[in-house]
Design a protein around this ligand. Structure first.
Ligand code: SAM
Length: 213
């Protein structure tokens, strides 16, 4: 993703701790207190400008969502969406997905979403892919037994790699679509990348993989 430098982003993030939960606050094991209920918690790693999590939070008020995004200059756009939408069941976290264990207790997260993750096509960058085995291990650590990873992409190479990675990790593939927008899947919430790529006629791939005991 091309990043536009926004020198004011840090200040804006710091001014809205009720929406973008400060990295320094003691969140691990306290997310249900932060949301003020015991509803299940779903996270999106690499949430970008937040269109998906905001749409999901509106569609499912009984699920709590956390959008996790590495870059300040990107998460501020998600902040704008969240403030406009006024959804109490959505929070944002401006951290690196590889540090998730610093922010979540085992079993605190019910489901993980990955949408249009950076493909990192070069073999030497395989470990950076959010569906690489070390990331799968992280997600498994956050969720109770039988947790799921729901994944969408327009990138055929990343999709093929990810299906293989899920399967080699021993996950069960519950759902695979090679053309989501021409499938019978209901309730799809489009991400900003999904809108952009599908408008250009690109196919969208989707999978649901479940961790096995
Ligand atoms: N999910 C959005 C969508 O579908 O429109 C954004 C997709 S964009 C290609 C990938 C996003 O993942 C970028 O905003 C990037 O900064 C973020 N990202 C990549 N690696 C990450 C990591 N390790 N932790 C958190 N966010 C990450």
């Amino acid at each position: 993703m091309r990043l536009r430098n926004k020198p004011w982003a840090r200040e804006k993030i710091d001014a809205h701790p009720q929406y973008i939960i400060p990295e320094s606050s003691n969140v691990k094991g306290h997310w249900h207190d932060i949301f003020g209920n015991n509803n299940p918690i779903h996270i999106e790693v690499g949430t970008g400008k937040g269109q998906f999590v905001t749409g999901m939070a509106k569609q499912n008020p009984d699920i709590n969502y956390i959008g996790i995004e590495l870059y300040e200059s990107v998460i501020v756009s998600a902040l704008d969406l969240l403030m406009e939408a006024e959804v109490p069941n959505l929070k944002l976290l401006n951290v690196d997905g590889s540090d998730l264990l610093n922010y979540f207790e085992k079993g605190e997260v019910k489901q993980v979403y990955l949408n249009f993750s950076d493909p990192w096509p070069k073999t030497r960058h395989t470990k950076r892919r959010l569906t690489y085995k070390s990331f799968l291990n992280l997600y498994e650590e956050l969720m109770p037994e039988g947790g799921e990873v729901h994944f969408k992409t327009d990138n055929q190479g990343l999709f093929e790699y990810s299906l293989k990675s899920f399967s080699e990790y021993g996950m069960m593939l519950k759902y695979v679509s090679l053309d989501l927008h021409n499938s019978e899947f209901e309730g799809n919430v489009m991400t900003e990348y999904e809108e952009k790529f599908s408008a250009k006629g690109q196919r969208i791939y989707r999978s649901e993989a479940k961790f096995q005991p």
